[in-house]
Design a binder for this molecule. Structure first.
Ligand code: FES
Length: 326
C-alpha cells in the first residue's frame, strides 16, 4: 500500500484504490466527473515522483513533463506528494444567455464566452457547479460572431448536475468552464469522403455541431445522420434537421425508435436500434469517416462493425460519455 500526501496530510491508498477514490473516501472536496479518464476534470500534479504512465493517458506532452496525471486512473505504485490544479483548468467563466427545452427532459443552454475561448463544434468542455460537481458536455454549434456556445443538457433521474442546471441556474449566472477539449470534430481534409454520424439520446449534441460545421464548410461527400432513442418523445431537433435536409442534397437524416410506437401523428421513424438500422444501409464503408456519440455499448459495437465494413481506424471518431447519476 502506498501513502499519498495532500495538503500536509498523509492518506493510505487501499489495494486497487485510485488516488481519486482515496481522497473522496476521506471526504475531501476533489473536482471530478466521468471517473474514466475522459473529462480530465480530476487532473492533479505530483510534487515529487513520476506518476504512473497509465494515469497520464490523453494528456499533452507538456502536462506529462510537469507530472500532471488523472487521479481517477492513478493506482499508486509508490508514495507521492500531490497537489490539485483544477482551479487553473477552469479558466473561463461562461455567462448564461438562455435556457430552452428541446423536448421533455433536454435543455438547450446557451452560454456567452470571450475571445480567449476557442473551440470546434463537437469538442467538449467541463463545467463546474456551485457544489464543485464537474460534468462534461459537448458543444453543439459552430463558432460564431455572437461568441456563444450551445450545450444540450439532459435531466437524468438523480442527476445532480443536470438538476442544478435545469432548476437553479438563471439567465446571467456565470459558470466556471474548462477550455474546449477532445478530437471529435469535423476537419476539412478529404471533403469527398462520406460522413456517417450515429448517435443516441443527447449524443446528438456533438453530431449536430459536426453536421452544421460540415455543411457550412460545404462538405462534398454524402452526410448521413442516424439518431436513435427508445421512445419518439425522446427525439428532438427533428424540424431543424429536416430543414437542413431540404437545403442540402448530400445530407440525409434517419430517426430511429427502438421501443414500441404508434404512428399517431403521421411521423415516420425507422424501427430498431440506431446502429443496426444504420449498418443495414451499407455493405461496405471503405473511405467513410464515422462519428459515434452516445450510449457506450452502442459506440463499442459500432466501432467494431464499421471497422469490419472497411472504415480506417483513424477515420472513427468517438465521444462516449457514460451517464452518471451522481
Ligand atoms: S478524467 Fe478523471 S474524472 Fe474524468
Amino acid at each position: 500500500m502506498a501513502t499519498l500526501n495532500y495538503k500536509q496530510q498523509d492518506y493510505i491508498c487501499q489495494k486497487n484504490e485510485t488516488v481519486l477514490d482515496t481522497l473522496l473516501r476521506e471526504n475531501l472536496n476533489i473536482a471530478h466527473g466521468c471517473r474514466q479518464g475522459v473529462c480530465q476534470s480530476c487532473i492533479m500534479r505530483s510534487v515529487d515522483t513520476n506518476p504512473p504512465v497509465a494515469a497520464q493517458q490523453g494528456l499533452r506532452e507538456n502536462q506529462k513533463q510537469q507530472k500532471h496525471f488523472l487521479s481517477c486512473l492513478c493506482l499508486l505504485e509508490q508514495d507521492m506528494q500531490l497537489e490539485q490544479i483544477t482551479e487553473s483548468e477552469f479558466a473561463h467563466n461562461l455567462k448564461v444567455l438562455s435556457k430552452q427545452m428541446l423536448n421533455h427532459d433536454t435543455l438547450l443552454l446557451r452560454l456567452l464566452h470571450d475571445e480567449a475561448f476557442t473551440f470546434k463544434s463537437g469538442q467538449f468542455i467541463n463545467l463546474k457547479s456551485a457544489d464543485n460537481t464537474v460534468r462534461s458536455y459537448s458543444i453543439s454549434n459552430p463558432p460564431n460572431k455572437q461568441l456563444h456556445i450551445e450545450l444540450q443538457i439532459r435531466l437524468l433521474a438523480n442527476g445532480r448536475f443536470g438538476s442544478w442546471v435545469h432548476n437553479e441556474v438563471e439567465i446571467g449566472d456565470n459558470i466556471p468552464a474548462s477550455s474546449a477539449l477532445g478530437s471529435c470534430f469535423y476537419n476539412t481534409e478529404r471533403q469527398e469522403q462520406g460522413l456517417l454520424l450515429v448517435g443516441t439520446g443527447s449524443g446528438l449534441a456533438p453530431l449536430y455541431g459536426i453536421l452544421q460545421d460540415a455543411l457550412q464548410q460545404e462538405h462534398k461527400g454524402a452526410i448521413h445522420l442516424f439518431h436513435g432513442s427508445r421512445q419518439a418523445k425522446d427525439l428532438y431537433l427533428k424540424e431543424q434537421i429536416q430543414q437542413l435536409v431540404s437545403e442540402h442534397e448530400n445530407f440525409s437524416y434517419t430517426a430511429c425508435i427502438s421501443g414500441e410506437y404508434r404512428n399517431e401523428h403521421e411521423e415516420h421513424y425507422s424501427q430498431g436500434r440506431v446502429h443496426e438500422v444504420a449498418l443495414s444501409n451499407y455493405s461496405y464503408l471503405n473511405n467513410w469517416r464515422v462519428y459515434l456519440c452516445g450510449h457506450p455499448e452502442m459506440v463499442k459495437q459500432m466501432q467494431t462493425q464499421v471497422f469490419l465494413k472497411g472504415v480506417d481506424m483513424n477515420d472513427i471518431y468517438v465521444d462516449a460519455f457514460h451517464l452518471s447519476s451522481l
